[in-house]
Design a protein around this ligand. Structure first.
Ligand code: SF4
Length: 512
């Protein structure tokens, strides 16, 4: 038994045995749904150790670091930008070697040394973004016996980010393309614009190559040209995939245009990524093990990734955390839909004041779903309460806010729309949490709107997934405890409607 800890939990042994058995029966995909804090990493590492070679792919760099700390035998590999270049004052993603140059220092290059070790190791730890880019577009890594996808409910989102194409007036200017994006009235015309960009990008890339041939590396100007060339190459690869999938595979794409002081910006994305999953993600694993706390609706999940249900085994592990340690209290005070938002935000603030007063000495977290709600709460809380808040007004501020909360000895409360997953707040780091609003995906995004139209179950599934993930942030072990309050007035009806999707260990915690 290659289990990495001294005492395995019952659920872990069950999951390992069931996965082994399913693979032995010839299933290519094994999906393990196990609650947050149930020790999925122990299951992942045991099965990776049993395989002759494995990739272990995590959703976030923080999780990658956690695996690397807990299992030092796994070779850790991140994107080039995480490694220092020894030749130029930059990182390996913008280094002179990208233009094919070699220098004496390159023999000890941190990036290439790490990559060599990662290619030779039998178990390699990657994150989704690097895995997709490196295995599809760079050389070196080949297929392995086992592909382990951790936090596998993120696989669809990772594929979406990998294939979507974005370009803006500002980016075109930056890489030296003089033309601005045209004014387009019909969404479909953006695909013609994208097609027209291909020859422009190719010709600009050729110009840059010629300039770089004669350039003295590594000067600041040359490194900048290299970065532009890198951007053009990545855009060209994505545009090629877009054209091929639309023309040859009938994949439907949508366009999202925004405009600001810097001009227009456009993102083109497929409505579904199922058609890309095998080619871009799964083909590098003879067998694929997927782990998540929130599979919730196996048919919808498998469909979203184009997996034939006959080829997959879904194993569900129950939570052994006592429900009395993690109660969910519905407090239906506010209806925060678009129509009722302005009317009900003051009610939300009023309730949050009560909760802050009920937990004067406890750290906690308030999940707001949107920055708008977070800003309103921060603005209208009385000063004595607002002083406890740690918040952020953009994705960039997320890490700093989390860090401040983790370090502070005061009963700080995180106020955030973007920490429903990927963070752990065990023990005293959170004794109470609030879900302000049911986190329905944003229908202003045409991809989400169209996806919901084609597959309403997918939309409900994504909402349940975010609720259950948010709930899982604060109770991280059997002895841990925290209380969750849900303030959305629709929560009761939501639970009744989604009873079949929500896990039993979640439902048993709902009070009243
Ligand atoms: S190979 Fe050389 S140029 Fe490239 S990142 Fe490493 S040290 Fe820098």
């Amino acid at each position: 038994m290659l289990f990495p800890f001294k005492v395995p939990r019952k659920g872990q042994l069950e999951a390992i045995a069931a996965a082994r058995e399913a693979f032995a029966r010839g299933k290519r995909f094994v999906v393990i749904e196990a609650p947050t804090g149930s020790g999925k990493s122990g299951v992942a590492v045991t099965l990776a150790r049993e395989a002759s070679s494995a990739y272990l792919v995590t959703a976030q760099k923080l999780l990658q670091d956690q695996y690397a700390r807990d299992f030092p035998e796994l070779a850790l590999m991140k994107g080039r930008a995480n490694y220092r270049c020894l030749v130029a004052p930059t990182h390996a993603a913008a280094a002179p070697c990208i233009a094919g140059r070699k220098f004496p220092e390159c023999d000890d290059c941190p990036y290439f040394c790490a990559k060599e070790a990662a290619m030779a190791a039998s178990g390699t730890l990657l994150n989704y973004a690097y895995y997709l880019t490196e295995l599809n577009y760079q050389g070196g890594f080949g297929p392995r016996e086992l592909l382990v996808l951790d936090e596998a409910h993120n696989a669809e989102g990772a594929l979406m980010s990998f294939v979507e194409v974005s370009f803006s007036d500002a980016q075109l200017r930056r890489v030296g393309i003089g033309e601005a994006l045209p004014v387009v009235l019909d969404e479909n015309e953006w695909f013609e614009v994208a097609e027209d960009l291909v020859p422009l990008f190719r010709s600009r890339r050729r110009e840059l190559e010629a300039q770089l041939k004669g350039a003295r590396l590594p000067t600041e100007t040359a490194l900048e040209l290299l970065a532009h060339k890198g951007w053009l190459e990545s855009q060209l690869a994505r545009l090629e995939l877009l054209a091929y999938s639309r023309d040859e595979e009938n994949v439907e794409w949508v366009a999202l245009r925004t405009s600001g002081s810097g001009g227009q910006s456009v993102t083109l994305k497929p409505v579904k990524v199922a058609a890309f999953a095998e080619e871009l993600m799964f083909r590098f694993g003879e067998r694929v093990l997927m782990l998540s706390a929130t599979i919730l609706d196996p048919p919808t999940y498998l469909r979203s990734l184009g997996i034939d249900p006959g080829d997959a085994e879904v194993i569900t592990i129950a939570s052994d955390f006592p429900p009395e340690n993690r109660p969910i209290y519905p407090r239906p005070v506010a209806r925060l839909t678009r129509h009722h938002l302005e009317r009900d935000l003051p009610k939300l603030v009023h309730e949050i004041i009560e909760l802050l007063e009920a937990h004067p000495e406890d750290k906690g977290v308030i999940h707001t779903h949107t920055y708008k709600i977070a800003a309103y709460i921060a603005r209208y809380l009385p000063k004595r309460h607002a002083a406890r808040l740690v918040t952020h007004d953009s994705a960039e501020g997320r890490e700093a806010a989390l860090d401040k909360h983790l370090r502070s000895r005061q009963p700080t409360v995180l106020l955030t729309p973007s920490m429903t997953e990927g963070i752990d707040l065990p023990g005293d780091l959170s004794r109470w949490q609030v879900i302000c609003k049911l986190p329905y995906p944003y229908l202003g995004d045409p991809q989400i709107a169209r996806r919901r139209e084609l597959d309403p179950a997918w939309y409900d599934w994504r909402t349940c997934l975010t609720v259950v993930q948010a709930y899982g942030r604060s109770v991280r072990s059997r002895d841990d405890f925290a209380v969750t309050y849900v303030l959305d007035a629709d929560f009761g009806a939501f639970v009744r409607r989604q009873r079949a999707r929500l896990p039993g260990w979640f439902l048993e915690a709902v009070q009243g």
